[in-house]
Design a protein around this ligand. Structure first.
Ligand SMILES: C[S@@+](CC[C@H](N)C(=O)[O-])C[C@H]1O[C@@H](n2cnc3c(N)ncnc32)[C@H](O)[C@@H]1O
Length: 344
């Protein structure tokens, strides 16, 4: 995600997609097995980014755990090594809702490693949480000419992305099964597709794609660079999300306790409906899209950083102009899934 607080400032959409999973997380913390008396309880936050959306779930889990036993809690924030962990530690400590300010005898630490690899010792975690993260792929399975992402199987090249996403999801679950204590609980929130294959936000990068194509047409970006640009997310269906729990290798270790699904409210569109302020919608929408897409789209271009930044500025400014004139292109109806999982 974008470093330096940009993701934090524009993470309202991800936050509102995760709100409906709050009761599942509370239940997870009420039911999870705890380590032997006197030891700290471990809460793991997989794919934490810069912490804006970690404070609320951490507070839910800590409150529910403390209602059971007055024990120290260790919160482990996990993300990719290049994540901006400095901003994360500022957010959990210094923000008004920072959980380190709100609770005593709570410690925080970070692990900088892909969650498609082992990240913590076996049997270490009592309660796990992962929101808006496990639909990010471990790799781009195939080039995606003419598009910036393939969020669903209905997209161009969707089949290769679908296979990658199903493999990654099974791997994510198997690794978390290792890291959970027996009787531990894990809540995972991801974007999903409904029975018609709709995710509710498939159009969000279309305007940016047009802007990037204009950069290519103007000679500011090479077509090879454009061809390498992709946001590696993919959203699975209800059946695909549940499939690994029926596989012999995983079924003996993890069980699916509840699978909640909803169409998440769109906080940016709701604000626009109230105010009618196109400038504010265009700015908020572009900030949100930039917060999650700039590092993967522009970060790996082999250009000097100032040139990369200038190209990104041009593309996102064009997206903002487009949303000002066509606000309806910013409207989303995200299909979200939350899975409560237990370790046998
Ligand atoms: C959209 S952010 C969500 C952040 C936060 N959980 C939230 O709800 O706002 C997705 C996060 O997942 C992380 N992520 C993606 N792939 C990952 C991987 N393979 N290992 C660890 N983290 C990953 C990204 O680095 C990013 O910080």
């Amino acid at each position: 995600m974008a470093p330096g607080g940009l993701y934090n400032r524009h993470a309202r959409v991800q936050s509102s997609a995760a709100v409906f999973a709050g009761p599942l997380l509370q239940r997870a913390a009420q039911e999870a097995s705890l380590p032997p008396a006197g030891e700290a309880v471990v809460f793991a936050d997989y794919g934490c980014a810069t912490g804006r959306n970690s404070n609320h779930p951490a507070a839910i889990a800590i409150r529910a755990l403390r209602a059971r036993e007055d024990r120290p809690v260790l919160v482990v924030h996990e993300d990719q090594p290049e994540n901006d962990f400095a901003t994360l530690f500022g957010t959990i400590e210094a923000e008004p809702d920072g959980y380190l300010r709100m609770f005593d005898r709570v410690s925080a630490c970070a692990v900088g490693r892909s969650f498609y690899q082992p990240t913590l010792p076996a049997g270490f975690v009592s309660v796990g949480w992962s929101s808006a993260a496990a639909h990010w792929l471990s790799r781009v399975p195939t080039p995606l000419p003419g598009h910036l992402w393939a969020p669903t199987a209905r997209s161009a090249q969707g089949a290769a992305f679908s296979k990658q996403a199903r493999d990654d999801w099974a791997r994510f679950l198997a690794l978390r099964a290792d890291e959970l204590r027996v009787g531990g609980r894990l809540v995972i929130v991801v974007a999903t597709v409904d029975q018609d294959g709709i995710c509710g936000g498939e159009q969000i990068l279309d305007g940016l794609n047009r802007a990037v194509q204009e950069l290519v047409a103007a000679g500011a970006l090479s077509s090879d660079d454009y061809a390498s640009m992709v946001v590696p997310c993919f959203f699975l269906s209800e059946a695909e999300l549940e499939a690994p729990f029926h596989r012999e290798d995983l079924a003996g270790r993890l069980h699916l306790i509840e699978h909640a699904r909803t169409v998440s409210p769109d906080p940016l569109w709701s604000a626009f409906e109230t105010t009618g302020d196109r400038e504010a919608l265009a700015s908020a929408f572009t900030g949100w899209v930039r917060g999650f897409s700039e590092p993967c789209l522009f970060g790996s271009l082999e250009l000097p950083p100032t040139q990369r930044r200038a190209l990104a500025d041009q593309a996102y400014a064009a997206l903002e102009r487009e949303i000002r004139s066509h606000p309806e292109n910013a409207r989303c109806a995200w299909r979200s899934a939350a899975l409560l999982v237990g370790k046998r």
